[in-house]
Design a protein around this ligand. Sequence first.
Ligand SMILES: C[S@@+](CC[C@H](N)C(=O)[O-])C[C@H]1O[C@@H](n2cnc3c(N)ncnc32)[C@H](O)[C@@H]1O
Length: 264
Amino acid sequence: MLVKEFLRKIKSVLILQRMQYNSDQQGIIRRYLREREGWDLHLENSKKFIQKSLKTKKKGKVLVLGSGWLLDCPINELSQNFQEVILADILHPKQIIKKTNTLSNVHFLKADLTGGLIEFIYRNIKPGKKYLLNALISEINSFSYLIPDDIDFVISLNIVSQLSIIITDYLKPFNTFSENELKEIATVIQQTHINSLPKNKTCLICDVEEELFNEENTLIGTNPTVFSDLTPGNFSEKWLWKFDSSMTYRDDLKTFFNVIAIDL
Ligand SMILES: C[S@@+](CC[C@H](N)C(=O)[O-])C[C@H]1O[C@@H](n2cnc3c(N)ncnc32)[C@H](O)[C@@H]1O
């Protein structure tokens, strides 16, 4: 590896550590192990939908955006059906790199799928300073992850609502931006991602709303998790993801997600 490339990798790891990210990905696997019963249906539904969507796609290169722990990804079927499988995430768990090393057509791409916005925010937004939201939004608008033209099938895998989280969680304690302003920032990040997905080549799976229940299983409220418009696409399905039944994500409340899968 070239020294420059090595330094770039170290720098991006340090930025993520300073932005408290690593613990988030560990959190996903820990929660899965705790909440297996509620998660399994969501993971199975995601895998089945991908297998349905892949049928109509050219079987050259498939790009999985937000591959993470591959909990929701039918990796063996992708490897068997496509010439090349590219798994893209900001961080790849080393257990997953090891687990897939027998699949010779599976490759890993470490990338910020906001197109570099994470580093931009880290370098340019400082606590205690004032920023004009409109100017910041137009900067944010210029960041986009470009999907290469030679990709035949793109899977946006439970990542839409997550893409903005590293950034908004980092900005929240600065108290520089209101809740609504952070929501506006998240909306632009989500919409940019959705706009970048090529038509008739994409399978998009994402949670769109959270439902909050109390201990007696009474619905207390709902909140959107995706603030952008989603088109119905060629075909779609919806299901409920019982994300947190043990009330550890939110004190005294269970959190479930409404998920939508779209063949775009
Ligand atoms: C909820 S997980 C998706 C589930 C995942 N397929 C799994 O089984 O673990 C969201 C994934 O998106 C990744 N992610 C979040 N923000 C990202 C970004 N800006 N660029 C690249 N990956 C990102 C996380 O690292 C995580 O692996």
